[in-house]
Design a protein around this ligand. Structure first.
Ligand SMILES: Nc1ncnc2c1ncn2[C@@H]1O[C@H](COP(=O)(O)OP(=O)(O)O)[C@@H](O)[C@H]1O
Ligand SMILES: [Mg+2]
Length: 341
């Protein structure tokens, strides 16, 4: 099967681009939301523009950054740095380097990431967390290509493509005066939004298979499959922690079964098992209605072994109506255990 099976006329993605995608992303989704993102990334192939990667925590921004680098116009090295929870001074010397004796402990001079990444790509994760001082220094690199090592007056020139990621709403941060507007525009030349997992539910079975395979460690006995009733739970849960949360749940559940068969609902954490009605994240009326519809549709499909004609009849809707609804609810179109890698 090839990715191009979904509406290729509106989402041009070439086979050669997909090859690179498959090498970089362990799980390549086929949901509309992912194909739209990949199509945008392919349109950036061969360019060197800075890209801002946005999306909730755990959606896979780091992997997307790597993909943008792999398909970009810079063959040079790729360096990634997380800017969160690093004291200002340390971050400054990480990024720009320092001379010996610049501060206590700075015994030897050191090149920063910008110098290390010369001619290549630097991925700055959690960019929303940097202080105004580092913001100003970053603006200078992006505008003039100039850096200064900490403790040195000499100006050095670098040519580095910057990819930045954040789970914050930077527009909001700019409005609140916490993030420089000029820096925002320099970073946000193109914005790639990585969709939350709940907007690409039809990819969930693929992720589950991948994480099940990955959870086979050493001599431990782990489950190799997920019971259909447990899969329904995974397909309806809103996943606030996205792919990271799904990976944790699946790996943990696979271990908990201790080899007594497929993963069951009871193997998931209370968060995932919990009744949505009691969940503080119950969501808007529309989200709750959709969740209920998802359950009803999945249950009808299961009862009829994913025969859509019969499932539709049992719900008193047409087969076409059911398929349309499955698209809208982001449900896989074939039984989860059948939808290929
Ligand atoms: N397409 C994917 N295939 C396989 N694993 C993925 C994919 N996307 C995300 N993950 C996994 O989900 C976790 C979170 O990804 P990460 O890039 O750290 O998210 P973010 O930076 O957006 O918080 C990682 O363990 C990552 O390997
Ligand atoms: Mg991250």
């Amino acid at each position: 099967m090839s990715l191009t099976l979904t509406a290729p006329e509106t989402l041009p993605i070439t086979e050669s681009f997909l090859e690179t995608v498959r090498e970089t992303l362990p799980v390549v989704g086929r949901s509309r939301a992912v194909l739209e993102m990949l199509s945008l990334i392919e349109s950036l192939a061969g360019t060197e523009t800075n890209v801002l990667i946005t999306g909730e925590s755990g959606v896979g921004k780091e992997l997307v950054a790597r993909l943008i680098h792999q398909t970009g116009g810079r063959p040079g090295s790729y360096l990634a740095h997380n800017c969160a929870a690093i004291p200002e001074g340390t971050l400054e010397s990480d990024l720009f380097g320092h001379v010996s004796g610049a501060f206590t402990g700075a015994v030897a001079a050191r090149r920063g990431f910008f110098e290390e990444a010369e001619g290549g790509t630097l991925f700055l994760d959690e960019i929303g967390e940097i202080t105004s001082r580092v913001q100003a220094q970053l603006l200078r690199v992006l505008q003039e290509g100039e850096i200064r090592r900490v403790g040195e007056s000499r100006v050095r020139h670098v040519r580095v493509r910057v990819l930045a990621a954040t789970n914050r709403d930077l527009v909001q941060e700019v409005r609140a005066g916490r993030f420089r507007e000029d820096l925002f525009y320099r970073l946000n030349v193109v914005q790639v939004r990585v969709p939350p997992l709940r907007d690409r539910r039809s990819d969930i079975p693929r992720f589950v298979r991948h994480f099940l395979a990955g959870s086979v460690r050493g001599a431990e006995t782990v489950a190799e499959a997920v019971h259909p009733e447990a899969m329904e739970l995974l397909l309806t849960y809103p996943w606030p922690g996205n792919v990271r949360q799904l990976a944790n749940e699946v790996e943990r559940a696979a271990l908990l079964t201790r080899g007594r068969g497929p993963v069951r609902s009871r193997d998931f954490s209370p968060d995932v098992r919990g009744e949505p009605a009691r969940d503080r994240r119950a969501g808007t009326l529309r989200e709750q209605v959709e969740r209920a519809q998802r359950r009803i549709v999945l249950e009808a499909l299961r009862r009829h072994e994913w025969n859509k004609t019969r499932a539709a009849r049992s719900l008193s809707i047409t087969r076409q109506g059911l398929i349309k609804m499955m698209h809208r609810l982001e449900l896989p179109l074939v039984a989860p255990e059948e939808n290929g890698g």
